[in-house]
Design a binder for this molecule. Structure first.
Ligand code: ADP
Length: 588
């Protein structure tokens, strides 16, 4: 099994994204770097002044006035550093926030425009962990990591520079720790990248399994699958644990080595400095200043190295986030516009898995305004055909056209104004009722929204709501009854006004009274449109102009209800058994 079904961006793509971000925020970045440079420079004054004082005092030339001035300088530098640092931090955080905000917006736009079939295939865990924990990891890096890396990087460079200006010979000793830090970091960074990638992927799998367990809790209970599911969770946990232990192991080698790398320079400066003083090549002041610099470097270098590590988690997470944008669109060429209302499916073939065709050579050409009912046993391919007809998934063979245009080459927003899939899923989005309706027609005026509600018989209860159209619904707001939610969904359809509706009519979960009311609403929506209904209740089929019977991915019978009953084939048998059933249990 591959680690993930969704792509992960490569290094080159990540660098491209980073470069684009730098370009977009060039001004702010320059300001932040300049401020940090000033803060770092102010921080260098202290040790330098102390070094000078030691030299002045030891040579005995210093008057009290000089010492006073030096103290003032020292105090001034500390105050200045504090002030500049404050602004530098403030601006870096602002920069981090605006970079992150843009990233998040881009990501959301990408996720919401992913082809539905890709989302279904990838499973929720991967996408969920990318939208939650990965976005968090990137946020941490961008908000705090990037600013701190700028600060510490700047401090390290300027401190080293200052040390070399004061006394290049003594300053050489500061570099004594470099080989240790460089070699151990190289060893670490080579292994940590893949390690962190594995860690995030195992987390995605864990989220997936847990999510699946929660969502499928009833099924798991019903089929007594709990032990199986527990085993799956245990396995995912074990994989996560192992991946975490690996990176922890790497860190437990790398951290002590780098810490040692910080201590070495201070000792080296003192020993080497003492030797140089003996040779008359350095003063006590030089050695003091540079030793203080070496100590001052410990903090920033440690932080820098630490952030390099967390930067890896951040870039790995970024690669997963940016990778989502690499999902190939299922409509590479959306360049056709439908002319007319004729829907035609010819020679449709489809397989979810290579070699297993679930639709074989299906032709379906409804007349404009015709009502077609599709019946057949479960698994015969009815829902799959509905997906093809509505262009949710492209067929692997044959072609579906709407008004002469290939359904997969019509831009989605245009297609939905022609053909829409109606399921009994009726999601109420958090927002006002008007917001919920305008999802279908963003520019509709209140009057049009009310007309649509009137058409589905919902205007009365909407008007009775505390704020009418502006009532906030969904979680946290007014909770609509399932029937009301379904009516809102139907009103959306009226606003969208497609000429053809594909109806996936699941067995109604509503109570009979609500169902009757809804059927009237639905009838009004269907009026004057071409309707292809997947019928689970055969009275829908009886009322249709044409009935199509599917078995094993093929259309095996086609004709009016009466013709098919008279023919005495598969449909006639279905009809007889359904009638017998409904005699015992009258349909609602
Ligand atoms: P119906 O709607 O008539 O019950 P479907 O179109 O749902 O039939 O299914 C047709 C066949 O395709 C079935 O054998 C089903 O197992 C298979 N199938 C449906 N969805 C998927 C999927 N996402 N991946 C793989 N096979 C699928």
């Amino acid at each position: 099994m591959s680690d993930t079904a969704l792509p992960i961006a490569g290094g080159e793509r990540i660098r491209e994204v980073a470069r684009a971000l730098v370009r977009r925020h060039r001004g702010a970045l320059l300001l932040v770097i300049t401020l940090h440079a000033f803060a770092a420079l102010a921080g260098l004054v202290g040790p330098w002044v102390i070094g000078r004082m030691i030299d002045e005092l030891s040579s005995g030339t210093a008057g009290m006035a000089t010492i006073d001035i030096m103290f003032l300088l020292l105090a001034g530098a500390v105050v200045l550093q504090a002030l500049v640092t404050r602004f530098a931090q403030l601006w870096s955080l602002r920069l981090g926030e605006s970079v992150f905000a843009k990233l998040r917006e881009d990501f959301l736009a990408t996720v919401t425009s992913l082809p539905l079939s890709v989302v279904e295939r990838a499973g929720t865990g991967d996408l969920l962990s990318r939208t939650t924990s990965d976005v968090d990891a990137v946020a941490q890096t961008v908000r705090f990591g990037v600013p701190r890396i700028l600060v510490t990087g700047m401090t390290v460079i300027l401190t080293l520079g200052a040390a070399f200006i004061i006394n290049p010979l003594v300053a050489l000793a500061i570099l004594a720790g470099v080989p240790l830090i460089a070699l151990s970091s190289r060893w670490y960074l080579r292994r940590s990248g893949p390690g962190y990638r594995r860690q995030l992927a195992t987390y995605g799998r864990l989220v997936g399994v847990i999510n699946e367990t929660v969502e499928g809790a009833r099924t798991i209970d019903a089929l007594a699958l709990a032990p199986v599911q527990r085993l799956k969770i245990d396995r995912a946990l074990a994989a996560r644990n192992q991946a975490e232990r690996y990176t922890l192991g790497l860190r437990s080698v790398w951290y002590p080595l780098t810490t040692l790398g910080f201590l070495v320079p201070v000792i080296a400066v003192l020993l080497w400095g003492a030797f140089l003083m003996g040779q008359g090549l350095a003063t006590a002041g030089d050695v003091t200043t540079i030793a203080l610099y070496a100590m001052q470097l410990t903090g920033p270098v440690e932080e820098l190295v630490n952030w390099m590590d967390r930067l890896q988690v951040g870039t790995t997470a970024l690669a997963r986030i940016v990778g989502v944008a690499e999902v190939p669109t299922d409509r590479p060429r959306a360049d056709q516009t439908p002319e007319g209302e004729q829907v035609e499916a010819r020679g449709i073939r489809f397989s979810y898995r290579a070699g297993v065709e679930v639709l074989r050579d299906v032709d379906l050409v409804p007349r404009v305004g015709e009502r077609v009912a599709i019946v057949g046993p479960s698994g015969s391919g009815k829902s799959t055909l509905a997906r093809m007809l509505t262009g949710i998934t492209g067929p692997t063979g044959g072609e579906v056209t709407v008004g002469g245009a290939d359904v997969m080459r019509i831009p989605l927003d245009v297609l939905r104004q022609h053909v829409a899939l109606v399921t009994q899923e009726h999601h109420v989005f958090v927002g006002t009722l008007a917001d919920n309706l305008r999802l279908a027609a963003p520019d509709a005026r209140d009057g049009e929204l009310e007309e649509a509600l009137q058409a589905v018989g919902a205007l009365r209860w909407v008007r009775a709501m505390p704020h009418g159209l502006e009532t906030v619904v969904g979680s946290g707001g007014v909770v609509l009854t399932p029937a009301q939610a379904q009516q809102v969904a139907l009103a959306r359809l009226v606003l969208l006004d497609p000429h053809t509706l594909v109806l996936d009519e699941a067995t109604s979960l509503l109570d009979p009274r609500a169902a009757r009311g809804l059927e009237q609403s639905l009838d009004r929506v269907l009026e004057g449109r071409t309707v292809i209904a997947i019928a689970h209740r055969l009275h829908t089929a009886r009322d249709a102009d044409r009935v199509i019977v599917m078995r094993e991915g093929r259309i095996v019978e086609s004709g009016s209800h009466d013709e098919l009953v008279a023919m005495g084939g598969e449909y006639a048998a279905l009809w007889r058994s359904w009638q017998a059933e409904s005699a015992e249990d009258p349909p609602s």
